[in-house]
Design a protein around this ligand. Structure first.
Ligand SMILES: [Zn+2]
Length: 369
C-alpha cells in the first residue's frame, strides 16, 4: 500500500496540501509511525517550536486510499498542513504495511524503514518519541551556553504575561544575538538547556496557560502567586518588559497611585507612580505587581484600591479626549470611588480616593492571606 500524493491532495485539499508539502520538505516532520496497515501517527514541529500530534486512519478501497479520518492537536484540529506533512512522510517510507516500530527522523525519512536494524530503531526512538528533548540545531558547545530567561510584560490585550526566552548571557551580562522566544514549553516537556528549577517553572507556566496559542494565563492568587513570581525572579534570569530589559529583583511592596494622564495625542492613559513620583508599570496579575524599569525592582503594589479594581484600571486602553466625559459618566455609574477620566484638556496628576468598599491585603505586608 502506498499513499499517493494525489490521493492526499484530493482528500485534504488546498491550501493545506501545499503548506503541508512545504512543511514536509523543510523537515518539519519529527516522527511518523505506521501503527498498523490503516493507522498512522506522527509529530510535526509547528510554528514557534511547538510540536503537534497527528493521528490518521486510512480509509482503504482496494489498493487506493480515497480518504483519511484524521485529527491534529493544532488549533485547526484536522485536515491541516500537519496531517498532510505526516501523510507525505508516511508515503515516502514506501509502505503502510504492518511495521509497528517504523519511526523515521527527518534526515532518515527517505530511507526504507525496513532496512533499519531493531537496535538502531530503539536508539532513534529516544530522539523522536513524544516528550523527547528537541534536537539541537546548533553545535553542542554553543547550545550548552543557552539559558532560559523570563520576561515579565503586558501583552497587547493588556494582560500580564511571563514569556520564556532562550538566550545566551555573556560574561559581561550582555545578551547574545540569538535570543528568541521559547514557546515549546508544556506541563510535560522542558528543553535540554533548562535547569531543574526551570523545569518546575515551565511546568507551572504550562499549567497556568489555557490550551491554544497564544496562551491565556490564568494566574494563581495569594501565596501561590507570590511564590511563583518569586521563584522566577530568584533564578536571576527574569527581565522587565523586554528580553533586553533590566534584570528583575524582588523588592518590598510599594505604594502606587493610579491616575489618568493626558498624552500629546489627547488620549488619557492610566499612569502608576510611587510616592517619590517614579513611574512604574503595573502588571495586572490577580494582585497587581509593579515593575520599575530603571532599577529592575518588582514587588506587589499597594494601590489603596481592591486588587480587582486596580487590575481593571491598569488594563484600561487609552481613552480618546472626545470619549472621556462619557466614559467618566459610565464609571461614575458603577458607584465605586475610582479615578475616572477627566474631560479637561490638561490633566494634572490627582490624588486617589481610596476604595472604601474593599480591604486590600498585601502579601508584602505582615498580614496573612
Ligand atoms: Zn495541525
Amino acid at each position: 500500500m502506498r499513499i499517493a500524493r494525489k490521493d492526499i491532495r484530493r482528500a485534504i485539499g488546498e491550501p493545506s496540501f501545499s503548506r503541508g508539502d512545504d512543511y514536509f520538505i523543510r523537515g518539519k516532520v519529527c516522527a511518523v509511525k505506521i501503527e498498523s496497515p490503516e493507522y498512522i501517527s506522527g509529530e510535526v514541529s509547528g510554528s514557534g517550536g511547538r510540536r503537534y500530534r497527528v493521528d490518521v486512519r486510512l480509509l482503504l478501497s482496494g489498493s487506493r486510499v480515497p480518504g483519511f479520518v484524521n485529527r491534529c492537536t493544532c488549533p485547526v484540529g484536522a485536515n491541516c498542513k500537519h496531517v498532510v506533512a505526516v501523510l507525505l512522510a508516511a508515503g515516502e517510507t514506501g509502505t503502510t504495511g504492518p511495521a509497528p516500530m517504523a519511526e523515521v527522523t527527518p534526515r532518515a525519512r527517505a530511507r526504507p524503514v525496513d532496512s533499519i536494524p531493531g537496535m538502531v530503531r530503539v536508539w532513534l526512538d529516544q530522539w523522536t518519541l513524544p516528550g523527547a528533548d528537541p534536537l539541537p540545531k546548533e553545535n553542542p558547545t554553543k547550545l550548552s551556553r543557552d539559558q532560559l530567561l523570563y520576561v515579565f510584560r503586558r501583552n497587547q490585550q493588556g494582560r500580564a504575561e511571563i514569556v520564556p526566552f532562550r538566550g545566551y548571557v555573556k560574561k559581561d551580562g550582555s545578551l547574545g544575538a540569538n535570543a528568541q522566544e521559547y514557546r515549546g514549553y508544556s506541563v510535560t516537556h522542558s528543553p535540554a538547556f533548562a535547569t531543574a528549577e526551570d523545569a518546575t517553572i515551565l511546568a507551572r507556566l504550562g499549567y497556568f496557560s489555557a490550551g491554544g496559542w497564544p496562551p491565556r494565563f490564568t494566574w494563581p492568587q495569594g501565596n501561590a502567586l507570590q511564590t511563583f513570581l518569586q521563584d522566577i525572579v530568584a533564578t536571576g534570569r527574569a527581565r522587565v518588559n523586554d528580553i533586553r530589559g533590566a534584570p528583575l529583583t524582588w523588592a518590598p511592596s510599594r505604594r502606587v497611585s493610579l491616575a489618568w494622564e493626558t498624552k500629546e495625542t489627547g488620549d488619557q492613559v492610566i499612569v502608576a507612580r510611587d510616592p517619590d513620583g517614579v513611574t512604574v508599570d503595573l502588571l495586572p496579575f490577580p494582585e497587581p505587581v509593579y515593575t520599575d524599569a530603571a532599577t529592575g525592582e518588582i514587588g506587589f503594589a499597594e494601590t489603596g484600591l481592591s486588587s480587582q479594581v486596580a487590575v481593571r484600571l491598569a488594563t484600561a486602553p487609552p481613552i480618546p479626549a472626545d470619549a472621556a466625559q462619557e466614559v467618566a459618566d459610565m464609571m461614575t455609574g458603577l458607584g465605586i470611588d475610582i479615578p475616572r477620566p477627566k474631560s479637561v484638556e490638561i490633566e494634572e496628576r490627582t490624588g486617589l480616593l481610596p476604595d472604601t468598599t474593599t480591604e486590600a491585603v498585601w502579601p508584602g505586608s505582615q498580614a496573612t492571606i
